[in-house]
Design a protein. Structure first.
Length: 155
């Protein structure tokens, strides 16, 4: 068995005749403090067109920190932070998201997520919003005998 490297990175680019050039990159650290923590940073710049005008770019920057086995071996602490600016023809949206929560694996098929999420968004138009969604969620699938893989019951 061979250990994976503690850090890795990736870069990418895309081009659209409508939106122009887009660049993205990420950096992932594993075993950050010696207890299997993970830190994933992600950055994107889009709508790069000629002539270059940085005021017209769309930006995204975010990070996810995961600390496994926080209380039990099946419980992880997850923290997420991101900021984004999106330019549209009629408005500009600037948003920030922060999440802090726990993920507990009840079984191989059922993760339980509990936590808080806070969104803040503003734009150049009068629309302003802040949301707090449900604090907990469980997602599971149970296959019905005698059916195809496409038919299932969601709880």
């Amino acid at each position: 068995m061979q250990e994976l490297p503690d850090a890795r990175f990736g870069v990418g680019a895309n081009y659209s005749s409508l939106d122009g050039l887009g660049l993205k990159g990420y950096h992932l650290w594993r075993n950050l403090f010696g207890q299997a923590e993970r830190l994933h940073l992600d950055a994107r710049v889009a709508s790069i067109a000629y002539p270059i005008d940085t005021a017209q770019f769309d930006y995204f920057f975010g990070g996810i920190f995961t600390k496994p086995s926080i209380f039990t071996p099946d419980t992880d602490l997850v923290a997420v932070v991101s900021v984004e600016r999106t330019l549209c023809p009629t408005y500009t949206e600037i948003s920030a998201i922060g999440k802090l929560g726990l993920t507990h694996i009840l079984s191989d098929e059922i993760p339980l997520r509990v936590g808080r999420r806070c969104n803040a968004a503003g734009s150049t138009t009068p629309l302003k919003r802040a949301t707090l969604p449900r604090p907990a969620s469980i997602r599971a699938r149970r296959w019905i005998s005698g059916t195809t893989g496409a038919d299932h019951v969601r709880r």
